[in-house]
Design a protein. Sequence first.
Lengths: 759, 159
Amino acid sequence: MDDLLQEFIAETRETLEALSGEIVGWEAAPDDRARLDAIFRFVHTIKGSCGFLDLPRLTRLSHAAEDALSAVRDGARVPDPALVTAILAIIDRIGEVVEAIDAGAALDDSGEEMLIAALDPATGPALPLAAAPETTSEVALPVRGTKRTVRLSVDLLDHMMSGVSDMVLARNQLARALREMDDPRLETMLDRLTMTVDELRDTVTRTRMQRIEALFAPLPRLVRDAASSVGKHVSLAIEGGDVELDREMIELLRDPLVHLVRNAVDHGIEDRATRILAGKPAAGRLRVSARQAGNLIVIEIADDGRGIDTDRLALKIARERPDRVRELSALTEAQRAELVFEPGLSSRDEVTALSGRGVGMDVVKANVEQTGGRIRLSNRPGEGLSVAIEVPLTLAILNAVMVEVADTRFALSRQTVEEIVAIDQGQVRIDRFGTGAVVVVRGARLPLVELPHLLGKNDPAPLRYLAIVSVREGRYALGLEGVIDTQELVVKPAAPAVMRAGIYAGQMLPDDGVPVLLLDGAAIAARAGLRFDVQAEVEDADTGEVAVGTLLFEDVDGVARLIPTDAIDRIERPAMRDVNAAAGRLWLTAGEKSVPIWAGAGARTPADAGTVLRLQIDGREIAYPVREAMEIVPLPESLTPVDAGPVVALAMVDGTPVELLDPMLLFVDGGDTPAQPLCLLHGPDSPWMDAFLRPTIEAAGYRVARTLAPGERAQVALAMTDDPAPPPSPAIRLGRRRGEGVYRYDRIALTRALEEARA
Amino acid sequence: MTQTLHLVAHVGACGVLIHAGRVDSVVDVDAIVPAPGAAPGVLGLAAMRSRVATVVDPRHVLGLPRGTGESAGRRAVVTAVDGHLYAIAVDTLEDVAMFSIAPPPAGLGSLGPFVSGVVEGEGETLLALDLDRMIAAVDGGVNSKLTPGDACTSGKNNG
C-alpha cells in the first residue's frame, strides 16, 4: 500500500504542476471546454485513487469539485468567477493535503467545509473572491525517510537497455574466444564479468518492465470495498498476472482499469435480489485477465451483470440532443453500445456512491488511446459486459519456448503452450485424413497444424514434437521438428514486411545474437484454416454453477488422483535448475519468487518435480508435483467422503476409486491465520458437517463450533436446506443434492460462500 | 544547386546513391535468419548489435534480376523507417561524396517510383534512391492477403 501511496503522491504532484497552467488559463477564460475537461479529469482521477487508498478528506474535496465541474460540463451551471475561485481553492487544498501526507504531517482540516460550501451556488460566494485559503502557510514540513525516487525519460532508459544488450552480446563473443584459449585465470575473470553483466541486465530490465500483477494487485481490495459499499457480492478472478509490460504502459493503464472495474461493480453487476430473479448466481462474477494476442496485450474486464442498456442510452442522448435522432436510429447495436464513450454521459440517471455518475468512459477511452491502444466492448444485454483494452506490445518480456522448424529457430509464447509432447513416446497418435490431420493425446482429439508445411517447407524432416497450443478460439497441436529450450526474452515489433506473413507476433534477440521470430498461436490457427466450434460454458441449469472439471493425474507415488481444474493455474515442466531443496522442502523458482512444492505424496528430490501443477488460490501459490497429467474429467457425481490429509473423497473413474484432492487443504500448512471468525454448525446434521466439512471451513479461515458459548456470536451458520429449525442468520444452507442451496460436497462453492460471509 | 552527402553503391549493374543523412550505419551481414511468409523483397532478419534489422533485397523492388543468392558476408546499408530497422543489401559500396542531384529523367521503367534524382558518375548514371518509398513498397499492406505464390498458402494442405 505504501508503494501505491507514494506513486499516488508523485503522480498528483506532477499533474498539479502540469495543471497549474490550465487552471490559470481557465480562470481567464471560464468557457474554455478543453481546459475544463483537463481539470475535470484531474479531480476525477484524484477521487478514484483516493477512494481506494482510503483518503476520505481528499475524496470529499475532489468529489465536491467534480460535482460542480460536472454540472458545468452538462451546461447546468455557468462557470462564474465565484465558482472558478472555489474550484481553485479546492485544488490548492488538494495539493496541500498531498504534501502533508507525503511528509507525514498533520494538517488542520478546518476550513474545508467552507471550501466545499463555496461551491454551492445557493450559498453564494462564501469565499472572498481573491481569497486563497488562509491555510496556505508555508509549513516547513519535516522530511521523512521515504523511498527516494526520480523520474527519468523513457528514451534514456531505452538507451541504457540497448547498451546493456550490446554488452551482453559482446560478452558472449568474448567468452567464446576466451574458451578457446583454455586459461583458468581468464575463466574466473570471465565468470565474474558474466555475473555482473547478468545482474546489470536484470536491474536495467526492471527499470523498464513490470509484471502486470502490479496493476492487478489492488483490485481484490478495490472490488471488495466497492461491492460492500453498494451491498453487492462480487467474486473476482484474476488471470495472467505474470505477463510483463512496459512500466510506462502500466502507469497509463492504471486509471482506466480501476475505472472499468468500479463501473462493473457499480453499474454492471446487479444487486442480489435482481440477480436471483434473473436466474443468476447471487454473487456477481468479475473476471480481469491479461493475455498476449499477436502483437497486442489484451486486458479484459468481463462481468456477468446487466450489460449496457442500449435503448435507454440512445433515448437519453436523443432527449438531450434531438438533432441527433436520425443519426442514432441508423446505428447498429454495437455502435449504440459505444455511445457510452460520449463525453459527459451517464447510463444511470441516479448518482451512486461509486463511479459517481458513470462519467468517465470518455476519459477511459482517451487514456487508452493515449497508449496507442483501443478499447472494445462486447455487450450482451442482461448477461454481462466485457470490455477489452488492447494495447500494443511495444516492449514486453515473454517466457518463450524455442522450437525448431526447417533448420530455423522460432519462438512460441509459453503462455499459449499447454504442454509439449514427444511423438515417439507412444502417448500420441496422428490420424491423417487426406489434407487434414488430427492427433489423439490422452483421449483428446485435436486438430494438427504442421508448422513446416505452414512455413512453406516442402520436404520437411519428420515431426518429432507436438506443442499443444491453447488460444482463445480453441486448442490445437502444432507439429514441430525440434524443441530447444525456454528463454525469457524481450519481444519487439517486427517490420510490416515481416508481419505481413500474418503468423508472427514480433521478434526477439537471444543472447547468442541470432534473431528469432515469435509465432502467433491464434494467427497460425486462422492461417491453417482451423474452425473451432465455440463451446458455450457448461452451466448447471439449477444453480448456474459451472460444472466442476477435474484433472486426473498420476501422482509421484504412482497413485492416480483427481484435483479440480479451477485451482490449476497451469501445468509446467520446470527446468531442473528451477527446483531446489531448501528449509526442508522443495521450492520452485518462478520469476522472482519461490513457490513451495507440495511434498505430501513423497516428492523429495528435484527429479520428482519433473512436471508440476501450478495451483493458485487467492493469490497464494503452491506447485504440486506429478508424474503425468492424464486427462480432464467432469467431477463424478457420486463421491464417498474420506478424511485423509488433502484427500477429501473417493470418486469413481472408469470403475476405479480415485482420490479427490481438495486444493484448499494443500494450502493449509504454513498459512498465516488472522483473527478467526466462528462458524456454527447447526441442526441434526452438525456431526456430519463436523466430520466432513471442518477442514474446508477451517481452510476458509473459520473456527468451527457446534454450540455457542455464552456471549459468543457466530459469523455464519451452516444448516441443511431441509433443517426445520431456523438457524441464526446469516446462514449458508447446504443441499443434499445439486441445485439445493450449496451442494454439500461442492467444497469450492462452500468456500466461496464462507468467504463471502466473512467479507 | 546545393550539394548533399551520399553513399555510392552498386546493386547488380545499377549504380545507386543513398542520402547519407538517412544512413544509420553500414554493416557486413554475416547471418540472415529466414522469415518465411514475409514480403518477397525480404531476405530475412539479421542482428545489428543488440537490434534486429529486416534485411531487404532492393533488387526485388527495383525490378532488377535476382542476384547469385550469395547472402553471407554481404554489405548492407542500415536505415530506420517508422522505428523499424532495415538493412538494404548492396553488392558493393564504393564511396561517400557530395553530389548535386538532378531531377530524374523519363524512361526509368520499374525503377521510376523509387528514384528521386540522378547524377552523372564515372561513365554511368547514378540513381538517387528514395528509401521511404522503397521500404513502403517492400512492406506492402500488412494485412493483405498472400498471393498464391507465397509460401504460407501451403498450410491449407497440412497433413
